[in-house]
Design a protein around this ligand. Structure first.
Ligand code: MLY
Length: 267
């Protein structure tokens, strides 16, 4: 069903504007990224769950310019995605060249004392991604240029293989609130404006990556009470987690539950 979505029609229908390419830390929306990687190649990467450690990973899937990585020695439960121009992936040998040691990943399924011999074996098997595959990460803008109501494409962080139509629901310093069109607030999140999870409208199409349809919840969301409410709610949650002071503006009528769906919410 993903081939059917047309931004042109959707933007016309909603009367909303896409965020300009200059807002994003992504390369051009006109020229596709040249993904030269292949499934089963090995590389070095920061461990997504333990970013201070560098480990060996195998490419287990490819979707347009995105690589699905599995850390060697782990099961398939913590696979994660990286762009082929990510600054967090390196050719094998990079860590050693910088005097570092490859670390056993979180979730290493074997006894950690076997890591050195495991590493030796895993590096011998399989082919290595050539250094020519690795692309320079784009520089990105110096400041947050997003504005409330701009449309974009964003990774659903709860289902990170998916990229979906979304709207900037709020802006707060260098943070932007990503609200997924046609879905309840469950999937929405705050991101820094230069997050690699945010893409300009048309990125999926040009990069041969599937894009999801908007959900069915309500009409196509127009900026207004729903987005403000979701943004405030999520900000309060984030603040209480990080122990930051809560703004003194909460008002009972702002936390009314969202109206009943007209069509069943997708699960
Ligand atoms: N039905 C699945 C996937 C939901 C995906 C929502 N995204 C596209 C915003 C679930 O509920 O987990």
């Amino acid at each position: 069903d993903s081939g059917e979505f047309s931004w042109e029609r959707y933007l016309q229908h909603t009367g909303m504007k896409p965020a300009d390419l200059a807002c994003f830390k992504q390369t051009s929306d006109k020229i596709p990224l040249d993904n030269k990687f292949e499934v089963s190649q090995k590389l070095e990467t920061t461990d997504a769950r333990n970013p201070s450690a560098i480990s060996v990973a195998t490419i287990v899937a490819i979707q347009g310019p995105r690589l699905c990585l599995r850390l060697d020695g782990t099961d398939g439960c913590n696979d994660f995605w990286r762009l082929c121009d990510s600054k967090d992936i390196f050719p094998l040998g990079t860590c050693a060249a910088h005097g570092g040691l490859l670390q056993p990943p979180l979730g290493f399924t074997k006894n950690v004392s076997t890591w050195p011999s495991f590493l030796q074996r895993t590096l011998q098997g399989g082919h290595h991604a050539d250094s020519s595959c690795f692309l320079q990460e784009p520089k990105g803008p110096d400041e947050n240029m997003f504005e409330v109501g701009m449309k974009l494409e964003a990774i659903d962080r709860k289902n990170p293989h998916l990229i979906c139509p979304a709207t900037i629901g709020d802006v707060d310093g260098d943070q932007v609130f990503i609200s997924f069109d046609g879905w309840r607030g469950t999937f929405d999140y705050w991101a820094t404006y230069d997050s690699r999870d945010l893409f300009p409208v048309g990125w999926c199409n040009i990069n041969d990556h599937p894009i999801q349809q908007p959900g069915f919840k309500g009409e196509n969301p127009v900026v207004g009470e729903k987005l403000r409410h979701l943004a405030e709610q999520s900000k309060r949650q984030t603040r209480s987690v990080t122990n930051q002071p809560e703004p003194k503006s909460s008002n009972q009528k702002d936390i009314a539950p969202p109206s009943a769906p007209t069509k069943p919410t997708r699960r």
